[in-house]
Design a protein. Sequence first.
Length: 325
Amino acid sequence: MDFTERPSLGNPKREAYATILHSAHVYVCGAIAAAQSIRQSGSNRDLVILVDETEVDSKPLVGKSGRYRGFETLKQRKTLTTSGTTASSDYGNSLITTKSSATGNNGTLFNSGVMVIEPCNCTFQLLMEHVNEIESYNGGDQGYLNEVFTWWHRIPKHINFLKHFWVGDEDDVKRKKTELFGAEPPILYVLHYLGMKPWLFYRDYDCNFNSDIFIEFATDIAHRPWWMVHDAMPRELHQFCYLRSKQKAQLEYDRRQAEAANYADGHWKIRVTDPRFKICIDKLCNWKSMLRHWGESNWTDYESFVPTPPAITAVQKTSLPGHNL
């Protein structure tokens, strides 16, 4: 038999890393870090991002050599990634599966943090038509996608390794996970940060340790690689990772709760040296005053927040370029 590879007919296969950015004032730092980690891994694949109605300065998202375009259908295979991940190598080279591929989350469910999808107008239309009919099991995109794509292809866990210590994990399993988080050179292709995201707390330690509902996501070993990506980014991008005053108040509230409960890990004793602690980006810079009124409902998340730099402002859009929605 003749096994000679024949030239492909039609358009050659195109691949890209894609993500979705919503609530930009919270996730823009994570989106930038995810893109930077992909570039730092040596990948030159296209980067695609779909943003919500928040107007975003495109330069930090696409880089100096990139282009920003409104949403349009691209006929190419995409690896869909979440903003809460960092890549240690170009994992696109390891993805030779067909469409609707992902790693397992629990049971028969997949985790949507990293998926391999093939753009299809028919599938897109189906997703849009039933978004108000099909109920997501967890209220989010992952739950909805699992309800639609009940048959999916498995890819290795190392492609999307979850930063999470399950309740049933034995000590040996926890030890192995910790070794994977800190392996040098990296063993994991993608580290998926669950719980509080690393850019929403201080670089000194994983602040998930200070909250009983997030303790299962806490590990300083996995915390460090994200900050290595952050520090390797161009310095002008660091400003998109500054903390709001309300977030500082939240972190201090959690720390005091951990201190009052005398958490054995002792992270609440660590002195914060993160320079972002002293940088204010909103009108009400007195986070201590916020803390005194913590829990009161006479103020909102957005009334006092004016981002600095002024790159992100809320605008109303009736449609996206090239599309009537």
